[in-house]
Design a protein around this ligand. Structure first.
Ligand code: ADP
Ligand code: MG
Length: 171
């Protein structure tokens, strides 16, 4: 996938209440402005990479890109599970991510148990792959270091894109 690694950030919005948190695997949702900017070659499926909430530490993550039921599955959604235990929810905060690699396509599962097992396998795969030196390098990218002061490096926000939802790639 030529667009990887792909850097983006945006505000964490409420999802569709699928109860991911109840499964022990909460997924932070990006707004449409971030999803709509995804390059065409980044299709649906499961990805791994690095994530940072606000201006905090950078953690490993897995991301699911799927079809958004809110739009009758005509638009994509991007849901990030940060591999870290947070004390509190972080709706409204800025989530910065770099998508580094692709794990697998989307699949449907016969049982909740099978789904949870698959996601836990994805998490294990992400943990191992991200230890590769070429991937560790991205954790230290100044995209994350400058997460809070990035606005100075960005073009002025346009009428339709708020500063907090600005997409960056190749920064
Ligand atoms: P929603 O349907 O609103 O996305 P979820 O059950 O998927 O609800 O929970 C997602 C929310 O949980 C995130 O928006 C975030 O505020 C919170 N959260 C807490 N820990 C994590 C984590 N490790 N990864 C992602 N989100 C987390
Ligand atoms: Mg979610």
């Amino acid at each position: 996938m030529k667009s990887l690694p792909y850097f983006c950030r945006g505000e964490v919005i409420r999802g569709f209440g699928r109860g991911s948190k109840e499964l022990g695997i909460p997924t932070a949702n990006f707004p449409d402005s971030v999803v709509d900017n995804l390059p065409a070659d980044i299709g649906t499926g499961i990805y791994y990479g690095w994530a940072c909430v606000g201006n905090c530490d950078v953690y490993k993550m897995v991301m699911s890109i799927g079809w958004n039921p809110y739009y009758k599955n005509t638009k994509k959604s991007m849901e990030t599970h940060v591999i870290h235990t947070f004390k509190e929810d972080f709706y409204g905060e800025i989530l910065s991510v770099v998508m580094v690699g692709y794990i697998r396509p989307e699949r449907s599962y016969n049982s909740l148990e099978a789904l949870i097992t698959a996601i836990n396998n994805d998490i294990e795969e992400a943990k191992v792959k991200l230890e590769l030196p070429e991937h560790l390098k991205l954790r230290d990218d100044n995209f994350f270091t400058n997460a809070s002061s990035s606005s100075s490096a960005l073009p002025p926000p346009t009428a339709t894109t708020s500063e907090t939802q600005t997409i960056m790639n190749g920064h």
